[in-house]
Design a protein around this ligand. Sequence first.
Ligand code: ATP
Length: 513
Amino acid sequence: TTLSVASILSESAIRHADRPAVFFNGDSITYRDLWDQSRAYAGAMRARGIGRGDRVAIMIPNVPDFPRVYYAVLALGAIVVPIHLLLKAEEISRMLADAGADLFIASATSLGEAAPAAAEAGVPLMTVLLPPDAHGDFARLEVEAATAEPIKRIEPTGPLDAATILFTSGTTGTPKGAVGTHLSIVEQVHAGLIDGVQVRSEDVTFGGLPLFHTFGQTSVLNMAFRAGSAVILMPRFDGDEALKLMVKHQATVFVGVPTMYVGLVEAARRTDARPPLRFANSGGAALTVALLEAFEAAYGVPPYEGYGLTETAPTVSVNTYGKPTVPGTVGETLWGVDVAIADPDVEDRIDFIDEEDGLGEIVVRGHNVFKGYVGREEATREAIVDGWFRTGDLGTYRDGMLTIVDRKKDMILRSGYNVYPTEVEAVLARHPKVAASAVFGIADDVRGQEIHAAVLPRDGVEIDPAEIIDYAKEHVAAYKYPRVVHIVEDLPLGASGKILKRELQRMFDPATA
Ligand code: ATP
């Protein structure tokens, strides 16, 4: 049997041929044209010897060349290895080596880091979007595609063949490359389109999430393209710009991480213009109830929160569209995904916690679970135990609803008490002067760890740290409130838009500062 993620574009090129697939920079490209361009790119890669099972790394921002190259690689039966933007040469070359890349395709904007990385890893480099007068002797994909024979049909691949190697966000450490199959992505797309995002061809989907990351790739690109919905591409997210684009193209669907919701809520204070949103979905990090409500007040729809990971392609659970969303939970498991709660401290086997309400580590089973981390056997063995994937997230699974308490690694242990930063952040989010916050632990000789908070004020508002400490004191138990509050102008974000707590720890730890 064959199954290919590439058919998501090739079939929409038939079914929705003349509909716009992407909006970018004021232009639109139809599904038919995008697939024709992708087939031509595939022809040029084939001429360079790329075929089934080969690994093609790509480093391209959210521009039309991302889907062109992505589906071209998949249509050849090769494996796509998206490289995070913003990485440095050394980090990129490590990813190329981990993934065993056979070819690296980088956009002109990334060449400064991509070219030395390719040289270091010994991987042939091709560029896209390179200005014709650029210096350097680079192989150009567009130029070779203009004379190559476009591929006529998709190379058959089996459902369990690898389709992608996706690196985790690197929120807690070095990103690891998770191998995902054609089945994992296709199943996610179909289940997601029924219960999760429910995009239709009439929809216009906002694609602010980076497409190199699993969330943007599955829940924006592949879902929208499967449905025949147009995707608004935006290379670098900014709340005001995003709102403008969504109004211009009349976006009906928004999918994003919580920091993007913060940006959109702030942007909505500066203009009355609104897009005709009918659905919004949040994931990737905890969405506070206060932010959910602020977004609904400004945009008329509540974000439906879901939960997922790179290793699970990504959705594990989501608040089911068509039912009222349950704030504070991450919803019901996506069809085909099994969830259980296990003892987080028993590492070599899965020790299920069966009682209702039991708090423990969320473990996941299903076709959506990755095959392993490339080049990291030990990490793979630790992550997949008895057929279950250990997520490293703590939560409860009650009455069919999953709730995330926090990441195991982010839990603060202060004077013997467990403090879950997410709970404290949810309280700080209700403070009228706070736009966003991050709570984290700093090593402390007396208490083991001390609770710190970095607080980003609403635009143009001044905050005295003491107000925040007093507010928190009033709303949470004495062992939980932050003892030190840092007012910041920006929160450090990773390339997938998540707050980097390890960066904050580095900035505010007196021992490392
Ligand atoms: P790394 O594994 O490299 O440190 P990362 O864990 O951020 O980075 P991703 O695969 O992007 O890599 O993210 C998965 C994690 O995101 C989950 O394990 C979980 O901690 C967090 N997450 C995702 N959705 C939610 C949500 N709705 N609520 C809380 N946390 C979430």
